[in-house]
Ligand binder design. Structure first.
Ligand SMILES: Cc1cc2nc3c(=O)[nH]c(=O)nc-3n(C[C@H](O)[C@H](O)[C@H](O)COP(=O)(O)OP(=O)(O)OC[C@H]3O[C@@H](n4cnc5c(N)ncnc54)[C@H](O)[C@@H]3O)c2cc1C
Length: 401
């Protein structure tokens, strides 16, 4: 009889696990807390060959995956180009990857409105998952793909807590049709950077709604890392009713005066192309940047995958690739050997690889706070780490000496 895996979390990590385990002959059931089908609010995802190959390996189509950029460019404050690095990449969107994987899971095997509360892993014949609605699900293996605030990790490794980085990321998204021709020509074919002291900004084109890749129908997405101390963050996480959200705040609840403060700062500190895009952006929203690395990725008959196991800061552009690699490795080890040994091998392979992404994310993030080479670097022309940031952001980190 087919072995059965229960997957907690129906986002990209959970769906990759379902796809690869089904290929390996497992029965899978995905339990997702959200009441509605998930959507990524247009968030862009930079792809690597590794990710494209893993998507193809699930059986999903990789045609029309996203927008091709040819190179990376850095602007100064006025919008003049100060550096160019040839580096072709396809930039896709969270929604595109999610919908490709979602289509691989039969309807009855993906349950919405199932918030997982805890698990019982003391039975020789499997593991039982208990949902907040009281329902129970039994399987041979449980996978926690329930994101960076994972309930399953909370039970398995209560001491592992996300660490605040000291900065947030503002995300802006503008429709190509809303940009003047000269601005579109300036930004649309490249991955763009602005790297003054005290901040990092990078932007790139992504598909329009419903994966529309046609000229004139695409969107431009930029992310702006901005230092925010603990007191200011607490204020930014407080909504108009005075309620202070923990960790993050739903975008529609970000107060107007918080947005206005950001816009004011942008007017004097943002490179002109990004400022012009901000002026035409949908309502921007921010996410505080956290990271964490679990010391083990499996215990008993429970495995952690994706952001539940490790979040590397997004500079490294590895979240989706990491989740896909976790899922592929898990299914591969489970195909070769019995569950306890397979989970040991999975832990060894993926904890080590994730630690590398985690360290690289921290290093790239630390450049936000690095002093300029000489004088000031408010115009983005004098960043001692410019070449490194341009070359290493959103690139799979390679093991080095
Ligand atoms: C600004 C920013 C930029 C990024 N850029 C990139 C990029 O360029 N490239 C890239 O690869 N990655 C990027 N990422 C990271 C990427 O989005 C994530 O790493 C990736 O989506 C992880 O997927 P996941 O399925 O592990 O976790 P999540 O997407 O967090 O999914 C967890 C799921 O579990 C569900 N869940 C939670 N708790 C429960 C529960 N108790 N019961 C049931 N379900 C539950 C949640 O509803 C959610 O659907 C970026 C992230 C940020 C913040």
């Amino acid at each position: 009889m087919a072995r059965r895996a229960i997957i907690c979390g129906g986002s990209i990590g959970g769906l990759f696990c379902a796809a690869f385990l089904r290929q390996a002959g497992w029965q899978t059931i995905v339990l997702e807390r959200s009441r509605n089908e998930l959507s990524g609010r247009g968030a862009g995802i930079v792809t690597h060959d590794l990710l494209v190959n893993l998507i193809a390996k699930t059986g999903a189509s990789i045609s029309d995956l996203g927008v091709q950029v040819q190179d990376r460019i850095a602007f100064d404050l006025e919008g003049d180009r100060v550096a160019t690095l040839p580096l072709p990449q396809i930039v896709t969107s969270w929604d595109r990857v999610h919908s490709l994987l979602r289509a691989l899971v039969p309807a009855g095997d993906y349950l919405l409105d199932k918030a997982v509360a805890r698990y019982i892993d003391d039975r020789a014949d499997g593991v039982t998952l208990v949902c907040e609605d009281g329902s129970q699900h039994h399987g041979d293996l449980l996978i926690g793909a329930d994101g960076f605030r994972s309930a399953l990790r909370g039970q398995m490794l209560p001491d592992v807590q996300p660490q605040y980085s000291g900065y947030v990321v503002w995300r802006c998204l503008a429709h190509e049709a809303d940009l003047p021709d000269d601005l579109r020509d300036q930004v649309f074919d490249s991955f763009g950077f602005f790297l003054p002291q005290g901040t990092q900004i990078l932007g790139y084109p992504i598909a329009g709604p419903l994966n529309d890749l046609r000229f004139g129908h695409r969107r431009y997405n930029f992310v702006w890392y901005a230092p925010v101390d603990g007191a200011e963050l607490a204020d930014m996480l407080t909504d108009a009713t005075g309620y202070q959200h923990s960790i993050t705040i739903p975008p529609p609840l970000v107060r107007d005066d918080v947005l206005e403060r950001m816009q004011q700062f942008a007017r004097s500190h943002l490179a002109k192309p990004f400022l012009d895009i901000l002026a035409r952006s949908e309502r921007p929203f921010f996410t505080p940047i956290y990271d964490h690395l679990s010391p083990v990725f499996a215990r008993g008959q429970v495995a952690l995958a994706g952001d539940a196991a490790c979040v590397a800061r997004p500079h490294v552009g590895m979240g989706v690739t990491k989740a896909a690699s976790d899922a592929e490795a898990l299914a591969r080890h489970l195909s070769n050997t019995a569950i306890p040994l397979a989970l040991q091998s999975y832990n060894k392979e993926r904890q080590t690889a994730s630690a590398l992404a985690f360290d690289t994310g921290r290093r790239l993030g630390s450049y936000i706070f690095a002093a300029p080479a000489f004088g000031q670097n408010l115009d983005g022309r004098n960043n001692p780490n410019l070449a490194r940031i341009m070359a290493e952001t959103a690139v799979v980190p390679a093991v080095s000496d």
